[in-house]
Design a protein around this ligand. Structure first.
Ligand SMILES: NC(=O)c1ccc[n+]([C@@H]2O[C@H](COP(=O)([O-])OP(=O)(O)OC[C@H]3O[C@@H](n4cnc5c(N)ncnc54)[C@H](OP(=O)(O)O)[C@@H]3O)[C@@H](O)[C@H]2O)c1
Length: 423
């Protein structure tokens, strides 16, 4: 049987919650790939910074003991010394670019955890390397696989819900994420880049990917003082606002509120809620009200969530007896493996270029289609940086006569260019 050989950089929370269970499931059932039949996925090597999580991980997933593990700043180079088809990059938000560029230049397909990269010039360099080396550059946006969000998209696509004009999204992460899980890399970071990006992409992909409406501005405010100093560069909560303009001049405005200082014993896995209002309807979704509420005596919500999101990731015992971990968090990764395997093995080498074009056109995960989302992240990061340096209330215009991203402040005439080409 043919094999898709992969490497994974980063062995943190997302590796444990999604990559490892996805790979475990693939051991029982190989990928079934169009034009290629069954393809095995082989995890060849993994890398992390300190290696501190490796002993516990390889105990929890004993099959990892057969996999080569590297640690240190240059773990990605060691990974790339193997013959890989695909590398998954699941390092902290600001550590995606360098290993991704090196992999693409070596002709290895890349699967990036969200947020893909934090600035448009990085995105441009990765897209160029992807084109030049015919290597896929893809991003994991698991919320697009959430059945509720797929249903929303279906209703929008079929024009049952018409002309979105207002949206409100919130995602609140428990304190232990900022205080312990991400403590090694939390300084200078904010929850909007980390999780707000899910909604930035959901909004762009669901409502505007094929629309004539354009992203026109980005605004952000935030609070500090719990995760870091009250005047420092690390943010507890962020309120991001972005505006789109339709060709007739009407606007659609979206507020995305994120935090990583929510109580650890809140009942949900994370607290998530969205509302989208249309000319002819409204969509409300609250993750805590998906229909399941479970109470177990003596089980605190810190360790046993009482309003779980089983759609994302759950251990399930199927009626036919098979036990597995499933959910959209895993499906999105499996689909990316499927696409890489299709490119490698889904037909004659002479038609590989056609397959590359076909896969690059998939706007849900291709890096080229991620540019507007990266633009919002770059704007947001700049607004927060200036705020931390004593200049609050920044506002970024998108595709302004003076540049693709241009930062301004109330009462100040001068504009600061952040990115020149059109976004
Ligand atoms: N799809 C989602 O919804 C979702 C959910 C969570 C996270 N994410 C994304 O996934 C990425 C990782 O998040 P996480 O929650 O897994 O973070 P995490 O728990 O903090 O783990 C980060 C991992 O990256 C490793 N690492 C750090 N710097 C590195 C470097 N320079 N070279 C190699 N490895 C390095 C760390 O090594 P050590 O083990 O040695 O510390 C650790 O294994 C982030 O971009 C995050 O936004 C996505």
């Amino acid at each position: 049987m043919q094999r898709l050989k992969i490497g994974i950089l980063g062995l943190g929370m997302i590796f444990e919650e999604t990559y490892a269970p996805c790979l475990q499931a693939l051991m029982d059932q190989a990928l079934s790939v169009r034009g290629a039949g069954l393809i095995e996925v082989e995890l060849v090597a993994v890398g992390s910074l300190t290696g501190k999580r490796w002993p516990a991980l390889s105990q929890r997933f004993p099959w990892l003991q057969r996999v080569k593990h590297y640690q240190g700043e240059s773990a990605h180079e060691a990974l790339l010394s193997h013959e890989l088809d695909l590398i998954c990059i699941a390092t902290p938000d600001h550590c995606h670019f360098a290993p991704a560029l090196q992999a693409l230049k070596a002709g290895v397909h890349v699967l990036l955890e969200k947020p893909s990269v934090l600035a448009l010039d990085q995105c441009d360099q990765l897209c160029e390397a992807s084109e030049a080396n015919r290597a896929l550059a893809k991003v994991v946006y698991h919320k697009l696989f959430d059945p509720d969000h797929q249903r929303l998209r279906t209703l929008v696509h079929d024009q049952v819900l018409r002309h979105v004009n207002v949206g409100y999204c919130t995602l609140l992460e428990p304190k232990h994420i900022s205080r312990s899980q991400f403590a090694p890399w939390i300084r200078g970071r904010n929850p909007a880049t980390y999780v707000g990006i899910h909604y930035i992409k959901l909004i762009h992909f669901t409502f505007f990917q094929n629309s004539e409406a354009r992203l026109s501005w980005v605004q952000a405010e935030g609070q500090r003082g719990q995760v870091g100093d009250a005047e420092g560069p690390t943010w507890d909560a962020v309120q991001l606002r972005m505006g789109y303009t339709y060709p007739d001049g009407r606007e659609a405005i979206f507020d995305i509120h994120t935090s990583w200082v929510h109580p650890d014993n809140a009942p949900g896995y994370v607290d998530q809620e969205v509302q989208f209002r249309f000319d002819n309807g409204v969509w409300n979704a609250d993750q805590r009200r998906r229909g399941v509420e479970v109470t177990v005596e003596d089980a605190d919500p810190k360790c046993f969530k009482s309003t779980p999101n089983h759609h994302y990731n759950a251990d399930l015992l199927a009626p036919h007896g098979q036990r597995s971990r499933r959910g959209y968090g895993l499906e999105v990764i499996r689909q990316a493996f499927q696409e890489a395997a299709y490119l490698q093995y889904g037909g004659p080498v002479s038609q590989k270029e056609q397959r590359f074009q076909e896969l690059s056109a998939l706007s849900y995960n291709d890096l080229r289609a991620d540019r507007p989302c990266v633009g919002v992240v770059q704007a947001l990061e700049a607004i927060l940086d200036y705020h931390a340096q004593g200049q609050p209330h920044g506002f970024v215009w998108v595709n302004h006569p003076q540049g693709g991203l241009v930062l301004g402040f109330p009462g100040k005439q001068d504009l600061i260019p952040l990115y020149e080409p059109n976004v």
